[in-house]
Write a protein that binds this ligand. Structure first.
Ligand code: FE2
Ligand code: FE2
Length: 284
């Protein structure tokens, strides 16, 4: 297969895996990640993160730019029964899709990745089918999501931080994949992306617990070709979200939510740590 065609194919898969991550993650948060349904959805979402990551690493190794905007995830939102049925259909379609792609590529690693994505999609379809079949009648007819208890401006502030942190996390993944030849420096960026995912989760869960879909809207990535520039802009990003975390912490509304306050303090400390680390690397 010609290289450009291969990259187009892998980027399309990357966008589909990204879509699956977001769908299962948002659904998990709406259920509550400590509920049986929420915990299972979160587990599926994490496996989709591996899938996305392997594809991103391959695209970066090929010297290409990964597409960081998720594709659409089609599902019937009428009730839980129809939602899970859509998930089964989505995963089942991926099995022959990845198998036929694997047949077209020569590279043994890429072939194995595509085949693994095929058989893990089969496992996902099976697990979603079980979740569908086991739904209690009241759950089957219902939809995930709780009533809102937060003032609208506060929700908006949280949503802006969700959006900023999501894009910052995507930028870290993009930089780590594309600049992987820089070795240790790229690995450090990847390491920080894990903390960003956790910080993002804390804010997104708060939003979803109040019945809103977290604002996971991917914007344009900066296509850094140089690790120094990538680190400099990572530093600016983390300083910006640290002020956003601080502003939420200073809001009297936040004080009413003990768990949120703990996570805000944690995020601010982590972002201070990250800034100091990057500043040190930039000096060297
Ligand atoms: Fe997947
Ligand atoms: Fe899957």
């Amino acid at each position: 297969m010609e290289k450009q065609e291969l990259i187009r194919m892998l980027n399309k898969d990357l966008a589909d895996e990204h879509a699956a991550i977001i769908r299962y993650l948002v659904h998990s948060y709406l259920e509550g990640e400590d509920t049986p349904l929420g915990a299972k959805l979160l587990s599926r979402s994490r496996e989709e993160m591996w899938h996305m990551h392997w594809l991103g690493m391959i695209i970066g190794a090929l010297g290409s730019e990964p597409v960081m905007v998720p594709a659409a995830y089609p599902f019937d939102p009428a009730n839980r029964k129809t939602i899970f049925r859509s998930y089964v259909a989505y995963e089942e379609k991926l099995i022959p899709h990845y198998q036929s792609e694997a047949e077209k590529v020569e590279d043994p690693h890429i072939k194995r990745v595509l085949l693994r994505e095929a058989w893990e999609s089969a496992v996902h379809a099976e697990k979603f089918q079980k979740m569908h079949d086991k739904l209690a009648p009241a759950d089957a007819e219902g939809l995930p999501g709780e009533d809102n208890e937060l003032p609208a401006p506060f929700v908006e502030t949280l949503q802006r931080l969700v959006e900023a942190k999501y894009n910052q996390m995507l930028q870290s993944l993009r930089d780590a994949w594309v600049l992987q030849k820089d070795g240790l420096a790229a690995w450090r960026i990847m390491d920080f992306s894990y903390t960003k995912m956790k910080q993002l989760a804390h804010m997104a869960e708060e939003v979803a617990e109040n019945g809103f879909e977290p604002r996971l809207a991917a914007g344009g990535m900066i296509q850094h070709a140089d690790i120094g520039k990538a680190l400099q802009s990572a530093l600016e990003g983390v300083q910006q979200t640290r002020s956003q975390h601080q502003a939420i912490k200073d809001d009297p509304e936040a004080e009413k939510h003990g768990g949120l306050m703990t996570n805000l303090t944690l995020a601010i400390n982590q972002e201070t740590y990250e800034s100091e680390e990057i500043e040190d690397w930039l000096k060297k």
